[in-house]
Ligand binder design. Sequence first.
Ligand code: NAD
Ligand code: UGA
Length: 465
Amino acid sequence: MKITSICCIGAGYVGGPTMAVIAKQCPHIKVTVVDLNEVRIAAWNDPDVDKLPVYEPGLGEIVKEARGRNLFFSTDVDGAIEEAQMIFISVNTPTKTYGLGKGMGADLKWIELCARQIARVSTSNKIVVEKSTLPVRTAEAIKDILQYTGSGVQFQVLSNPEFLAEGTAVDDLLMPDRVLIGGDPSPEGGDAIQSLVDIYATWIPTDRILTTNVWSSELSKLVANAFLAQRISSINAISELCEKTEADVNEVSRAIGADSRIGPKFLKASVGFGGSCFQKDILNLVYISRSFGLTEVADYWEQVIIMNDHQKRRFALNIVRNLYNTVSGKKIAFLGWAFKKDTNDTRESAAIYVADYLLNEQADVKVFDPKVSEKQIYADLDYLGSRDPDQNRLGLSVINDPYEVCKNAHAIAVLTEWDEFKDYDWQRIYDSMLKPAKIFDGRNLLNAQRLRDIGFIVQSIGSAN
Ligand code: NAD
Ligand code: UGA
């Protein structure tokens, strides 16, 4: 089937950028992105592209080019489903917070609602594409729901997981390492796969478009994230050993990454990985493995999370220790709150947990992040439920100026690797701080030697200092 009309349910970090790029590259396809969240849709429609709900370098230009031509954002979910030949489901699949699988399994409530809505509304044949990250065999449930409508409408279910990383979403979508499409082995399944291949082949070389069965595709997404996160936990484990042995983790990363079998990427030691997906997807993998009785497999992958939690805690504890075992009433300036640079996303950011830990120690935390709003920062803290919202506002304040945030601070903690931090006037910051002026660089971002020359005491991750 030649596709001329697509709809995507879910206008989030994946749905928005993914569909914007498809619309840009395929002007002959009408792409409608729908969401229940009216505020989010209004923001996607804002004439000022600086106000889009997702900050991604290059995204504003693409939206400007395609919006109103063949890219539309709407809250009319029914209308968009009915009109589309192909429907992407790109809704959130967070870790369950209740009932069976609480804290481990994925909450598929929103996926099921989408499937039921598609089943209810459709009057013509559709290809339904899982874009969200899902536990392996979710397509079975979606197929079940779609099969028993009694309307005679035929559905094909594909898995097409997304591998973009935030902050580089546009480049990742325009030049992906690979696109993965899983479908039914039947002739109809093959046709559905081909329809989606044809869309991507408009701009992606066909040897980068991999096709598999549905289950391999669903599972590969979880496994890709688990492998990536595992590399970070591995190097973070080594960072602690480096701190005891005068080895330097940056040098170790370089030395092992030069081996082409290991490769240099994803070996940057840090305060711990964050983001909405690594933890959730590994927990999901662990949960699935346990549900099949695969205890050793589950324990193996769970260790990636245990190590990451340890790294966040260790960073906070190190600050306390270095400030003479108490931070009560001391001003700690946070540079960065986002889970990585070039995004306004804060989900599972290490900064949240480090702040929480320091607030328990009664620190006076001041935060500056170039892209994250005060509202978001308080929402993140309040969500943890560690203390009353009032207490969070007493203990932590957000300041929109990096020099102000550092003024009179006992210490600075770098939590996000924003490039602009490197270019600050560090002499000016040093002069404005209490002495000894300490910096805890959770990203090994700053030039430690230069800072030491100014007079700072610098603690980096994974070196003896
Ligand atoms: P998100 O929370 O930013 O967006 C999801 C959107 O879906 C929300 O705006 C929500 O209102 C909407 N929604 C939920 N139920 C709906 C319904 N029934 N009808 C209409 N709209 C509905 O989530 P996200 O970060 O875009 O992630 C979406 C999926 O993609 C997740 O499964 C995630 O694991 C996966 N993923 C995310 C990333 C990433 O970088 N964020 C990368 C790859 C894969
Ligand atoms: C990650 C994957 O890279 C994407 O392929 C995947 O599609 C996505 O998850 C998802 O499924 O949501 P993302 O979380 O956006 O993308 O960003 P990453 O660049 O992977 O960074 C994740 C976290 O790891 C960040 O906190 C980052 O600072 C940290 N990190 C990354 C390190 O600490 N060290 C590294 O070497 C690399």
